[in-house]
Design a protein around this ligand. Structure first.
Ligand code: MN
Ligand code: MN
Ligand code: MN
Length: 287
């Protein structure tokens, strides 16, 4: 197994560090090479590619073509916690480790099961052939809800992506059923040599109390760090998440969650510094 953690600790300060991005291997719009080139041009020196449930984007990359930027292999695993879909980012995972291969295989099966459920639901709502349509949108990528949304917009069943998600693609017990628990996902990441990070904690819209429980459950399941900064967010939220990480003895990570150019809230590498008193994952790479 290759140890990717030294690459993660290569840079000493938070400037130019973006540890959460997507490529065309999942639901991003840039191919891996284009993403890395764009990140470098934006001043990123340390980049993690964290596609949903696959490392294919990283594996397709030739690091030699990108001097001046360190690219760390990562993954963003979909999980289930208390009937909620939660994302766990794995950083510095060995994409060739048996545990990572097994994880991605499991997640691909879960995605296929979810796609069938979504297509059946769409058929009941009067939209036919959605599975084939979404597959066409996905091409080589891991099939996700975004591909159903693009299909719905293209065929005129929904006016825009937001409406497609709201009207047709909401998560419920049937679409979440196949995802692993936090503990299983964290174990996969650790077995592949990686660091387990609770992604974008504010995105789940939890009450303060529930968020506290999630952080506690994540730590209890073996989690290592929390994404204290996710894209453009208020200083207030950053301070709250830094305090949450400290309370639960979790490290701190940061990432744009970049999917495509033009999203102002998720520009590559445009991240404020982590607050004092946090333990950045690129400094504390061993538990
Ligand atoms: Mn996504
Ligand atoms: Mn996510
Ligand atoms: Mn993401």
């Amino acid at each position: 197994m290759t140890d990717f953690k030294p690459a993660l600790s290569a840079t000493a300060d938070g400037a130019g560090i973006d540890l959460h991005t997507h490529t065309t291997a999942s639901d991003g719009t840039l191919a891996p090479d284009a993403l890395v080139a764009r990140a470098r041009a934006a001043g990123v020196g340390l980049l993690a590619i964290t596609d949903h449930d696959t490392t294919a984007g990283y594996r397709a990359l030739d690091p030699a073509r990108h001097p001046g930027i360190t690219v760390v292999p990562g993954v963003e695993l979909s999980c289930l916690w208390r009937r909620l879909g939660i994302h766990v980012v794995g950083l510095a995972v060995d994409p060739h480790a048996p545990a990572m291969t097994a994880a991605c295989r499991h997640q691909a099966a879960a995605r296929a099961a979810r796609a069938t459920v979504l297509a059946e639901r769409l058929a009941r709502q009067g939209v036919g052939d959605a599975l084939a349509g979404a597959r066409r949108e996905a091409g080589e990528a891991e099939l996700g809800r975004v591909h159903f949304a693009r299909f719905l917009v293209r065929t005129g069943a929904a006016r825009d992506m937001q409406r497609a998600f709201r009207r047709y693609l909401r998560d419920d017990a049937s679409t979440l059923a196949a995802w692993p628990s936090l503990a299983v996902a964290i174990d996969w990441i650790h077995a592949a040599g990686g660091i387990a990070v609770l992604a974008h904690p504010a995105k789940y819209r939890l009450t303060r109390g529930r968020l506290e429980h999630l952080a506690e459950a994540f730590r209890a399941a073996g989690g290592d760090a929390l994404e204290v900064i996710s894209g453009c967010q208020s200083e207030h939220l950053t301070r709250e998440l830094a305090a949450l990480a400290r309370r639960h003895a979790l490290g701190a990570s940061q990432g744009s969650d970049f999917h495509q150019p033009g999203q102002a809230w998720a520009a590559l590498g445009a991240l404020p510094p982590l607050p004092r008193g946090t333990s950045p994952v690129w400094r504390t790479t061993t538990r």
